[in-house]
Write a protein that binds this ligand. Structure first.
Ligand code: MTE
Length: 454
């Protein structure tokens, strides 16, 4: 049966007849030369005739294979008409049929003026790279589209030669391109309070992964002659109205931090910090300062407003855990996931994402019975450090209730905890840094919902 279907695929090629190498010469400023237009129409008619005979073959096979599905038996309009020319969309956009796949604001989170968040639609994404237009957004005071010609970046503090760079200055320097995830420290925050948000988009969608391009911060620090004896910390400052400022240790800065202008092969999107942002691999999103305008070298942590009240965890003894910057190992099944529905019993591919701020993912286990039994999932390549890793595993649903979970283990052998294990250490007053195992319940009806399993 499979080989017959393949045959159908081969005898219904894209009608190559009307791809004419000379066509380019025939197009004038007035349009296409009339006699050539006649020829092309004839070629097109011939191509359609060829398609019609293919349709006859399709009918025979289609009846046998697909029980007479009209979508294979009848030639659709797009197979018998001329398509749109190139450059209809000078910047390519997704199909209109994909319009539902969007970043969305959470119905549960109040929007305070421009201080807002939009979540990436993880349930509809493949592989590990987040399309730039679907990268989540988190702004403390809204976003700006800054003129790169006017943008300046300064390094000052404990340095021999304080410098102000233009974008041109920066883009002449040796650059690197690296794939990394970025996760907001507040991702999955609602689950601390057992608020079962409806879909993985809202529970885990403050997570994205891109290829970032820029100059290693170590190159710039050397360029300015930073004080190697006393320079222990940096302050990174953003150019928006929130005056976003974060402390970063010099060790981390010299390790793998990038001053980036590129994202997925093009300039950063304005919402994600155009023209310049800090990329701090493995560290919570708030340190990835956008619209980066200044780095100061100092000898102690700066303890800024953004570090004193935000992104810190209240521990059971009432003390605050500060500078908890690394995003610990975590994973989530993205499909099937809450809000989706299994239409039938039988085979499903369970797929999801795993990541760790401490390096590579070593293994992901998947359970279909709420954590009693686990099977090891396939990790898809590439498996990179501080980057999303895609996992897949086969599953046959027998129609009875199930609870789907994934559990990631990173190269340090840290195992993603259950929510009650996390609560034992961290108490119940945290908002941030929830990396617990996520549970999706499959009802007999096939409906999936967000539940907590202890
Ligand atoms: N940088 C500036 N200048 N202003 C901001 O509001 N938000 C931070 C960080 N950098 C922010 C910022 C937070 S809290 C996060 S999670 C990430 O940017 C989000 O990056 P994204 O919008 O590109 O996803």
């Amino acid at each position: 049966m499979a080989s017959e279907v393949k045959t159908v695929g081969r005898i219904l090629p894209a009608p190559e007849n009307f791809v004419d190498s000379e066509l380019a010469h025939e197009i004038t400023t007035q349009g296409l030369n009339e006699s050539r237009r006649g020829f092309l129409l004839k070629s097109f008619a011939a191509a359609s005739a060829a398609l019609a005979s293919s349709a006859a073959a399709a009918e025979t096979i289609g009846k046998k294979v697909l029980g007479g599905d009209p979508n294979i038996l009848t030639l659709p309009e797009h197979s018998t008409t001329l398509g749109k020319p190139v450059v209809t969309n000078p910047y390519g956009m997704p199909s209109r049929f994909e319009a539902n796949l969007q970043r969305r604001e959470s119905p549960g989170l109040t929007r305070v003026s421009a201080a807002s968040v939009s979540f990436a639609p993880l349930q509809g994404l493949f592989g590990i790279i987040t399309p730039s237009g679907l990268h989540f957004e988190r702004h403390h005071q809204g976003w700006h589209d800054i003129d790169p010609a006017q943008h300046r970046f300064m390094i000052n503090g404990l340095v021999k030669n304080p410098k102000v760079y233009t974008m041109d200055d920066l883009m002449r320097l040796p650059s690197v391109s690296r794939m990394h995830f970025i996760e907001c420290g507040a991702n999955t925050a609602m689950e601390w309070g057992n608020v079962a948000v409806p879909t993985v988009q809202y529970s885990h969608g403050m997570l994205s992964c891109s290829e970032f391009t820029g100059v290693p911060l170590s190159v710039l620090l050397e360029d300015c002659g930073y004080d190697k004896k006393n320079g222990k910390y940096l302050l990174a400052e953003g150019g928006d109205g929130s005056s976003m400022t974060r402390t970063i240790s010099i060790d981390r800065a010299l390790d793998d931090v990038i001053v980036a202008w590129g994202m997925n092969g093009e300039m950063l999107r304005p919402e994600n910090g155009y023209p310049l942002r800090l990329v701090v691999p493995g560290v919570q999103g708030v340190s990835w300062v956008k619209w980066l305008r200044r780095i100061e070298v100092g000898d102690k942590p700066y303890g800024t407003k953004d570090e004193a009240i935000h992104y810190i965890d209240v521990m059971p003894n009432g003390q605050y855990r500060q500078y908890t910057s690394i995003q610990e190992c975590k994973s989530v099944i993205t499909s099937p996931s809450a809000g989706q529905m299994l239409l039938d019993k039988g085979f499903y591919n369970i797929t999801g994402l795993a990541w760790s701020g401490r390096g590579k993912i070593k293994r992901v286990d998947v359970s279909a019975d709420g954590g009693k039994n686990w099977r090891t999932a396939r990790l898809e390549t590439p498996v990179l450090s501080k980057c999303l890793t895609r996992f897949n595993i086969d599953w046959v649903w027998d129609g009875s209730p199930a609870i789907l979970q994934s559990r990631a283990i990173d190269e340090t052998d840290y195992v993603q905890p259950r929510i009650n294990e996390l609560r034992e250490v961290r108490g119940t007053r945290s908002i941030y840094h929830n990396n617990a195992i996520q549970s999706w319940k499959v009802a007999e009806s096939g409906e999936l919902s967000n539940v907590q399993v202890y």
